[in-house]
Design a protein around this ligand. Structure first.
Ligand SMILES: NC(=O)C1=CN([C@@H]2O[C@H](COP(=O)(O)OP(=O)(O)OC[C@H]3O[C@@H](n4cnc5c(N)ncnc54)[C@H](O)[C@@H]3O)[C@@H](O)[C@H]2O)C=CC1
Length: 325
């Protein structure tokens, strides 16, 4: 099975490459040959990839910057996503599109279900909602997966930021009044691969439409930070004390939903897929990041030693020169 995925370096695309097993080829398409901001580039790049399934994972994901670049966000997340689905439809292959909890305003007291009314709070959410609509308009049989609070060993994400900050700080203020479902991009990749296989092998019966897909269990950003630091400390990695703060203490250009929780029962019922508890899923990601950091510190130390060695060599050469002179 050949899966063309948009984006070359994002968390989800890298996780797909990481998780794809035997018999699955991931063709990662991104700039310059596929630029979502230039819809004319999308079709030819997807056709050239000769996919069996298309995964639309690339997006403009800078939530705060989108407030001042709404047009760019809309071009990429709205029209760009629509162009990806149109290309898949023209080829007659299924498309799986990734969307977000930020299509909701967070005022519902319970987890959101797929049919709840959407009301994004910010430009990023509005652009992703435009994307959902463009995807369905171009390919009514698309699968849309709304996910949330994505972290992974790759790219930029909250878990990596926490570990980086803990290298130099003993205490960190982290927002405790937004609740959501932290989701490993590795779990997203496993889910996408399982759905792609069903769409490919049983297109007549594979369920379509919008599905929520997150890690199981809920927590705040502060809870996530604490779980990260506990996992890291157990491995001798960086950790810090978490000071619980409120959204009001940490103003950002874009408003975020206070309740980001998504109910994932529809996906479990339709595809039999439900990722494990997020508190467990965090651990292997932290382990990978701590190991990588230790490796890169060692490498740096090795490089310094080598440099010192080469300085000594130089000194030796100078000495030799002096002696000869
Ligand atoms: N990161 C998160 O917390 C969440 C992400 N999502 C959605 O999940 C999907 C995957 O997100 P991540 O992997 O975390 O994103 P990411 O920010 O790690 O990667 C985004 C990818 O899109 C590519 N991209 C951006 N603009 C492009 C353009 N004009 N043309 C082609 N490629 C372009 C980037 O090069 C990168 O490869 C996105 O659709 C995002 O909206 C949904 C909920 C939460």
């Amino acid at each position: 099975m050949r899966i063309a995925v948009t984006g070359k370096s994002g968390q989800v695309v890298t996780s797909l490459i990481d998780r794809a097993g035997m018999g699955i080829e991931i063709i990662a398409l991104g700039r310059p040959e596929l630029d979502l901001g230039d819809p004319g580039s999308v079709g030819p790049a997807i056709v050239a990839a000769r996919p069996d399934v298309v995964v639309s994972a690339a997006a403009y994901t800078a939530v705060d910057r989108a407030e001042s670049e709404e047009e760019v966000a809309f071009a990429i997340n709205g029209a760009g996503a629509g162009a990806v689905s149109a290309a898949a439809r023209a080829l007659g292959v299924p498309v799986i599109h990734i969307s977000t909890d930020y299509v909701f305003d967070g005022t519902k007291p319970e987890p959101y279900v797929e049919s709840d009314p959407v009301a994004p709070l910010g430009a990023y959410g509005r652009s992703k909602l435009a994307g959902e609509r463009a995807v369905i308009a171009a390919a009514p049989d698309a699968v849309i997966l709304r996910t949330a609070w994505v972290y992974s060993p790759f790219g930029a994400n909250f878990v990596k930021t926490m570990l980086r900050l803990a290298q130099t700080r003993d205490e960190l203020g982290v927002v405790a009044d937004q609740i959501g479902n932290p989701t490993s991009a590795l779990d997203i990749a496993d889910t996408v691969l399982a759905i792609a296989f069903q769409l490919y092998s049983a297109p007549e019966t594979a369920p379509r439409g919008i599905f929520h897909m997150t890690g199981t269990g809920e927590g705040s950003w502060a809870d996530l930070a604490e779980v990260v630091f506990a996992a890291s400390a157990a491995l001798g990695g960086p950790s810090a004390q978490v000071r619980r703060i409120t959204t009001a203490d940490y103003p950002t250009p874009a408003a975020r939903p206070a309740n980001s929780r998504l109910c994932c029962d529809r996906l479990a019922g339709a595809y039999g897929l439900r990722p494990g508890p997020w508190r467990e899923a965090v651990k292997p990601v932290v382990a990978r990041l701590v190991k990588e950091e230790a490796g890169s510190v060692k490498q740096k130390a090795g490089a310094v030693e080598q440099k010192a060695g080469s300085n000594e060599q130089k000194a030796g050469a100078v000495k030799q020169k002096e002696t000869v002179a």
